[in-house]
Design a protein around this ligand. Structure first.
Ligand code: PLO
Length: 509
């Protein structure tokens, strides 16, 4: 009994000390309402057992309003669920909030933040972004080559669907292969063939990384847990090792064959930038700033982002088309009318296919790829609206809440492409500013244009010729995503059937 009392008194003392310390830390600040929190564990009791963090944060608005705070372990976190406040963070004060937290899992993935997505704001980070930006512009966006490349992969995809017609099919690996090949060409000038062993390895390590990295797991909250046996962390390490092996192979090949006059992929472009920096600024003390690690992690980031995000959206799109056959039919009518049966879809058709474009916008709204974005960090004392935000605060933007805000969207839970069309149905527009599928501001997605090209071309090519239905004996897949670094699609099977009008015509016509 005595022991119990002593423990109780100790806990109470610790609690009051904690409250005092919190007050001292933020004297007379007007902070967003806070979830209850305890010493050491912070607000984890409220979060424990909820794996769908975006949904929990959405629901907590009822009690705490659209902006509130909590403690993840000892880290002070502010959650933003409203688009106006989100835009203040991302756009108006973008540079102030451009920091990133360092976490155990992302440090492992990115060699302590030497990439772009998970690295904090710095001059070098800005340079990395600029280099990638110009590389992407040079090799693709807007240019015919990228369109050709995507169409080539779309053609393979259609051939595959034709060959496996009417069977019960898990499309995920083939979608991933198509998307990977586009970004493989951009990064390394290489591609995977069907059944490629290296591709299988990539699929595996990639899934391992998605399952373990940056999902607000316990090791990221209590870094000391990394020193205890931890299955997830062991898996992540193995996957990162595999990734590094493949990455280093490419790197060795690129270094060997490097020629500054024929730079035609991202890895070459970064190598050239590194060599130029070393030659031109050889007397500057920071000439080694752009290290090999930075170069490798930048390519790994673009590759990983390019593969995982677009594949995920394509899977969501197919899943929703299964749920809404009438939407699929309407898209096909539009494709038939505007493109016809004598040629394949091309990028210039985009502006003539409003219903189809609206469908893509709606998929990105209802199932945002990145439901909580990646946490931002305030680099100095600042504010959001009327609230003070001390330096070091982590800010989570709940894109799920922003895309499901009932004040902004009619029936936000309903899949309705029509909401993105004007009253005549001929023009696409955004009915609400509460829509940020690619984020915004200085950390906005770098692949938005590429992603939109791929989503359009892949889906247009497929839907022009094939209709998706649920295979016999299967039920509709639940449209519930699994929270993580991306909102993951549940595995499901489809049947792709060549449309009546195309029967008898060659698919590669
Ligand atoms: C996906 C798994 C890869 O193996 C590694 C990787 C790299 C970049 C990450 C990406 C993963 C997930 C989606 C991310 C992307 C950077 C930007 C993008 C987080 C983890 C988003 C949605 O913000």
């Amino acid at each position: 009994m005595m022991v119990f009392h002593v423990v109780l008194i100790l806990i109470l003392a610790l609690l009051s000390f904690w409250k005092l310390a919190q007050k001292k830390l933020k004297p007379r600040l007007n902070c967003p309402r806070s979830l209850p929190s305890l010493p050491i564990i912070g607000s984890l009791l409220q979060l424990a057992g909820h794996s769908q963090l975006h949904l929990l944060f959405y629901r907590l608005q009822q009690k705490y309003g659209s902006i509130y705070s909590l403690y993840m372990g000892s880290h002070y976190v502010v959650v933003v669920n409203n688009y106006l406040q989100a835009k203040e963070v991302l756009l108006k004060k973008g540079k102030i909030f451009a920091g990133r937290p360092r976490t155990v899992t992302t440090d492992l993935l990115t060699r302590n933040g030497k990439d772009i997505a998970f690295a904090s704001y710095s001059p070098l980070w800005k340079l990395q972004r600029k280099l990638v930006h110009s590389a992407l512009a040079m090799f693709g966006e807007g240019s015919l080559t990228l369109e050709k490349l995507i169409c080539q992969e779309a053609a393979f995809l259609c051939e595959f669907l034709n060959a496996t017609q009417d069977s019960s099919l898990n499309m995920a690996p083939e979608l991933m292969r198509a998307v990977s090949n586009v970004v493989c060409s951009l990064c390394f000038k290489s591609s995977y063939r069907h059944g490629d062993a290296e591709f299988e390895t990539m699929l595996q390590y990639n899934q391992g990384i998605v399952d373990t990295v940056a999902k607000e797991g316990l090791v990221d909250i209590f870094p000391w847990l990394q020193y205890l046996p931890n299955k997830d962390l062991a898996l992540l390490k193995r996957c990162v090792e595999k990734r590094d092996q493949l990455l280093l192979q490419q790197f060795a090949k690129h270094k060997e064959e490097f020629n500054s006059d024929s730079v035609s992929d991202l890895m070459d472009a970064l190598l050239r930038a590194k060599l130029n920096m070393e030659n031109n600024n050889s007397n500057l003390p920071n000439r080694h700033e752009l290290t090999e690690d930075h170069l490798l992690m930048t390519v790994a980031d673009i590759f990983g982002a390019g593969v995982e995000t677009t594949t995920t959206v394509l899977k969501w799109a197919v899943l929703y088309l299964l749920h809404y056959p009438e939407v699929q039919q309407k898209i096909q009518e539009e494709l038939d009318q505007k493109i016809g049966f004598n040629r394949h879809p091309q990028l210039s058709d985009r502006q003539h296919l409003p219903y189809f474009e609206a469908t893509i916008s709606e998929v990105l709204r209802i199932r945002p790829v990145s439901p909580l974005l990646i946490p931002h960090v305030a680099l100095e004392d600042t504010s959001i609206g009327e609230y003070d935000i001390p330096k070091g605060t982590r800010v989570m933007i709940n894109l799920w809440s922003i895309h499901h805000d009932e004040k902004e969207w009619n029936n936000p839970g309903e899949f309705n492409p029509g909401r993105f069309l004007d009253e005549y149905g001929n023009r696409i527009y955004s009915p609400s500013p509460s829509y940020l599928p690619f984020g915004a501001g200085i950390r906005v997605c770098m692949g938005e244009a590429l992603a939109k090209m791929e989503l359009f071309l892949f889906l247009a090519w497929i839907l022009q010729r094939f209709t998706f239905t649920i295979p016999e004996g299967h039920t509709l897949p639940e449209p519930e995503g699994k929270f993580g670094v991306v909102l993951q699609v549940p595995p499901f099977k489809v049947k792709a059937t060549l449309r009546e009008v195309w029967k008898g015509l060659a698919v590669d016509q």
